[in-house]
Design a protein around this ligand. Structure first.
Ligand SMILES: [Zn+2]
Ligand SMILES: [Zn+2]
Length: 338
């Protein structure tokens, strides 16, 4: 099969790799949509070889113990390789599993764990079925596009009429804007990129501010009812200072959620305003698949605006450079296109 890889004598490109093989409760999935994420791995030369943890596609082969999916099913491939046995896994909080399985060892496969490839393997219970009425690129937003922010909005109990601040409008923050809009909230986006600020306004955000503006705190408060700050805020970047900014502009007893894994906080405003804090890595697909699919199906026009570029695997270097420059919404790879 073809894979996209980083390194190997160039910044990124296509390579040949053996097809993955399956065993046990693993299924082989033909990847039809592989959204791009974590461009810092490319920018900071953090990784070599194949990569990627988001995919939608079609089940093409099933292992002997597969029960939950069949050949021909369209599925979203959930990230990680959780055990399926511990309390966290059984309650659907599998992303936090402390005893993950070694898929390649179980299947005696050399490949299949990275989604920027033509095939991946995953355990059947970590594949979420979706109807063919939902385009593959839209369904694949159930990974990082919508996943962590879906959890954040649920945790913060964002509801119609709330004001939500999304800090960082990259491949995760863009989705957070849409998830909040779907819940009926009024959305304020914050990002240094003009391109992305304009894009979220087009998608439906009410305001978009530049965080380098010295008056940004006041500007955010001014557009909230009573000028007291937003009901909820979500950090979708790793940039230092963003967490502190959110605690300043969120109203008393508001929610503050963290998706980007970086930055520091001051304790005083948390206590003084009684803020509620949430760490949100992924969402609970055993409990909330229906609600996630409804969010995706109900946001089709907005998702079409959010996905600004698609590339074949051979376009990977250009795709990453575009993402690092912030001149795009969500980028999606199509591994079977030339
Ligand atoms: Zn587990
Ligand atoms: Zn991701």
């Amino acid at each position: 099969m073809k894979i996209a890889e980083m390194g190997g004598g160039r910044e990124a490109g296509v390579a040949d790799a053996p097809d993955p093989v399956i065993a046990d409760n693993y299924a082989k999935v033909k990847v039809l949509s592989s959204p791009l994420c974590t461009e810092f791995q490319f920018r900071d030369r953090e990784r070599r070889g194949c990569f990627g943890h988001e995919a939608g596609g079609e089940v093409v082969e099933v292992g002997p113990k597969v029960r939950h999916v069949a050949v021909g099913d369209r599925v979203v491939v959930m990230p990680q390789n959780s055990c399926g046995l511990c309390e966290l896994c059984r309650s659907g909080e599998h992303i936090y599993c402390r005893s993950p399985r070694k898929a390649l060892e179980v299947c005696s496969s050399q490949t299949g764990r990275d989604t920027a490839a033509q095939y991946v393997i995953q355990q059947d219970w970590l594949l979420m079925k979706y109807p063919r009425s939902i385009p593959d690129d839209h369904a694949a937003m159930a990974c990082c596009g919508f996943g962590p922010s879906f959890n954040a909005m649920q945790s913060m109990e964002v509801t119609a009429g709330d004001t939500v601040l999304v800090a960082g409008l990259g491949p995760v923050g863009m989705g957070a804007v849409i998830v909040a809009l779907h819940r009926g909230a009024k959305v304020i986006g914050v990002d240094v990129s003009d391109y992305r600020r304009n894009l979220v306004l087009e998608i439906g955000a009410s305001y978009a501010f530049d965080p380098t503006d010295p008056d940004v705190d006041q500007k955010v408060r001014d557009v909230t009812p009573g000028g007291v700050g937003v009901h909820a805020s979500v950090q979708c970047t790793r940039v230092e200072g963003v967490g502190k900014f959110m605690t300043r502009v969120t109203r008393a007893r508001g929610g503050v959620a963290f998706i980007g894994q970086g930055g520091t906080l001051d304790i005083a405003p948390l206590v003084g305003k009684g803020l509620r804090l949430f760490g949100c890595w992924h969402w609970n697909h055993l409990r909330d698949s229906e609600r996630m699919l409804a969010t995706i199906a109900g946001s089709a026009d907005r998702i079409n605006k959010m996905i600004t570029h698609t590339f074949p695997l051979s376009g990977i270097e250009e795709a990453f450079k575009l993402q690092v420059a912030g001149q795009c919404g969500k980028i999606v790879l199509h591994p079977w296109e030339e």
